[in-house]
Design a protein around this ligand. Structure first.
Ligand code: NAD
Ligand code: UD1
Length: 346
């Protein structure tokens, strides 16, 4: 049985991936400091899968913690590295927090892999590395633009660090996955996104408005060069994303890579405007949403969606779930959270 260390495995995307790995027979060790998740998510993963992954509550931006985990599990076949700080606005206010957490954890994990011989890593990157591209959809060869935020910069730098380490050490194999906009939740409604405070991202904002927690959705600008003037994104269901991690992992374990460092766009390949998302939500749930157009949000790109040809061809993976599915599952998760507010902490 292959053993996989999953950093950030109790977080939003990590927990869905852990479920998928356990269901596929992988032995999973979760490392999470609970800075943006809850211990209860572990119990929920166990309820869904009937399996008990090992859990270590540790901060992986501390070198000794990383070394102790990797030495103890030096027989692991791979690391999936989700753990990071991810709030764009917070990264602008407190850049050092982001550089310390996201870069230290990457450096220490790679050092630990070199020392212990753990050969494989899957890394959570983001479409934010592209900024606003000239040509759409974006392919993996679209050049990076200067990052819009310290958070985005950490993703660019992490990819560069992996690339250089893989160049220097052919025993290390890595795949970076550039997620577009992950939304939705697991079919069990037991795990999903846990936004702290007022959400920044569109879909949690929509579901909290529909639930009456927030008074109205503010749509940031309707004067963009898009079909209805609101920005376009490529929303992808988190379960489709989780499956892509398992597929990428298999590629690493089976040594099917073309190079020891590869990177893939993970989206559906479809772009939707904010107003189209609002309409899809209303149609999927029957709930009318209160919204108002306000000024543009600084730093927003106008439109971006993925060319997923490379992931489709090389990974043999394709996102299956529609925007309708995403809205329905996000809403069902919101209804579950209404009954379990303790999950969101104080
Ligand atoms: P999340 O915050 O839900 O999950 C991250 C998990 O990592 C949390 O459980 C948190 O407690 C843990 N963590 C953070 N710092 C840690 C540390 N130093 N040591 C141990 N654990 C730590 O976030 P997510 O949405 O699941 O994102 C996972 C990854 O995907 C992140 O790297 C994020 O930057 C990336 N990503 C997310 C999105 C998105 O929209 N959610 C988009 C693109 C990329
Ligand atoms: C944002 C981050 C990105 C990060 C991603 C996932 C920025 C500039 N980018 O992407 O780096 O990887 O989150 O965490 O912050 N919108 C509204 N009203 C709202 C919220 C959002 O109209 O209340 C609009 C936005 O203007 C945008 C779209 O909805 O056009 C999606 O926004 P969001 O969910 O925040 O994701 P991104 O901005 O694409």
């Amino acid at each position: 049985m292959s053993k996989i260390i999953v950093t950030g495995g109790l977080g939003y995307i990590g927990s869905h991936t852990v479920v998928n790995l356990l269901e596929d027979g992988f032995d999973v060790v979760i490392v999470d400091d609970l800075s943006n998740s809850q211990h209860d998510i572990l119990r929920r993963i166990e309820t869904i899968t009937g399996k008990q992954p090992e859990f270590l509550q540790l901060d992986i931006s501390v070198r000794d913690n990383v070394m102790s985990v990797l030495r103890r599990h030096s027989d692991a076949d791979a690391i999936i590295h989700f753990a990071a700080s991810k709030a764009v606005g917070e990264s602008v206010e407190n850049p050092l927090l982001y550089y310390r957490n996201n870069l230290n954890s990457m450096i220490f994990l790679l050092e630990g892999m070199q020392e212990t011989g753990i050969p494989n890593m899957v890394f959570s990157s983001s479409c934010t590395v592209y900024g606003q591209p000239d040509k759409l959809p974006v392919t993996e060869s679209t050049p990076f633009r200067p990052a819009e935020s310290p958070y985005g910069n950490t993703k660019q730098i992490c990819e560069e660090i992996i690339r250089d380490v893989c160049n220097a050490n052919k025993n290390i194999q890595a795949i970076a996955l550039r997620y577009f906009n992950p939304v939705g939740a697991h079919d069990s409604h037991l795990i999903g996104e846990l936004p702290r405070g007022v959400p920044n991202n569109l879909v949690p904002y929509i579901t909290q408005t529909a639930a009456g927690i927030l008074p109205e959705l503010r749509i940031f600008g309707d004067d963009y060069d898009t079909p209805d003037g609101t920005p376009v994104r490529d929303y992808i269901h988190v379960v489709d994303l989780a499956i892509a991690h398992r597929v990428a992992l298999r590629r690493l374990l089976d040594r099917r890579q073309k190079n020891n460092y590869e990177y893939f766009n993970l989206g559906t390949g479809n772009g939707y405007t904010v107003l189209e998302v609002v309409k899809a939500f209303e149609k999927a749930t029957g709930v009318q949403l209160r919204y108002r157009i306000v000024a543009r949000r600084p730093g927003d790109v106008e439109k971006i969606w993925a060319d997923t040809t490379l992931a489709n061809r090389e990974l043999g993976w394709k996102a299956e779930r529609s925007l309708h599915d995403m809205m329905k599952s996000a809403w069902e998760w919101q209804l579950h959270l209404r009954d379990h507010p303790e999950l969101l902490g104080s």
